[in-house]
Write a protein that binds this ligand. Structure first.
Ligand code: SAM
Length: 233
């Protein structure tokens, strides 16, 4: 596990974040709370926003994208519930913060980002922090990433019009997928569990707002109102 050069102010900011934003709202998974306590979120936001890194909201990270609110990261990770031996696929690397949380909890993380600038920036931060169990892929994550699949857990950190079929196919039996599904400006946090026979069981966990998942099995562009009809399941 990486060793950080902790700044005591940041450590206490993380403690406050865990207590007042996460535990107070029902995040109870001990390993998730430990990961949220230890990953230095201020290193994943632009330097001029570092003072705001532990606040209770999403922040811009450049290229028109965002790092999700700490509570949303914790809630999705708690729902995902990765085991120490799991291989996890993340779609939407963004800042790399969620990938770091996953890398604390699972054996291997594969993270896919469509924007090469964001992917490279995230890789620099995560390499500097000493993470060695993360593979970075630039491409359309709605296609999953077949060469390293299947995955025990899949998490999508952008809003999808529906669950991309390749992600369902690349999920192991017994696996779990967490994804915001719905409209362009509001989604429902959805968990899909694949049973031993390959059947999916869906559950819903409240509303959320994510930037759009853009790709072959997602929204067609930043601006399009609807996915292409032939993409709909
Ligand atoms: N997980 C990120 C973090 O910890 O900072 C936040 C992700 S941000 C809310 C959503 C990201 O999904 C953006 O960086 C965006 O470029 C990316 N994205 C959108 N569509 C994608 C696709 N088809 N494949 C891969 N990444 C995609």
């Amino acid at each position: 596990m990486p060793v950080y050069d902790y700044h005591s102010d940041d450590q206490s900011a993380r403690e406050r974040m865990v207590r007042y934003q996460l535990e107070a709202r029902g995040i109870h998974h001990p390993r998730v709370l430990d990961a949220m306590r230890s990953v230095p979120r201020h290193l994943f936001v632009p330097a001029e926003r570092a003072g705001d890194a532990y606040s209770d909201h999403a922040l811009p990270i450049g290229e028109g994208q965002t790092i999700s609110q700490p509570y949303m990261v914790a809630l999705m990770t708690q729902l995902l519930d990765p085991a120490p031996s799991d291989r996890v696929l993340e779609v939407g690397t963004g800042s790399g913060y969620q990938a770091a949380i996953l890398a604390e909890l699972a054996d291997e993380v594969v993270t896919v980002e469509r924007d090469p600038v964001l992917s490279e920036r995230a890789q620099e931060v995560l390499d500097a922090l000493g993470y060695r169990n993360i593979t970075f892929v630039v491409g359309d994550g709605t296609e999953g990433y077949l060469p390293l699949g299947p995955y025990d857990r899949i998490i999508v950190t952008a809003g999808a019009p529906f669950i991309p079929q390749p992600l369902i196919e690349q999920l192991t039996p017994g696996g779990k997928l967490v994804i915001p599904v719905g409209h362009r400006y509001e989604q429902v946090l959805t968990v899909a569990e694949k049973d031993a026979e390959g059947h999916l069981h869906l559950s819903e966990h409240g509303y959320c707002v994510f930037v759009p998942l853009i790709g072959r099995h997602g929204w067609r562009s930043e601006l399009d109102g609807e996915p292409e009809p032939d993409d709909l399941p």
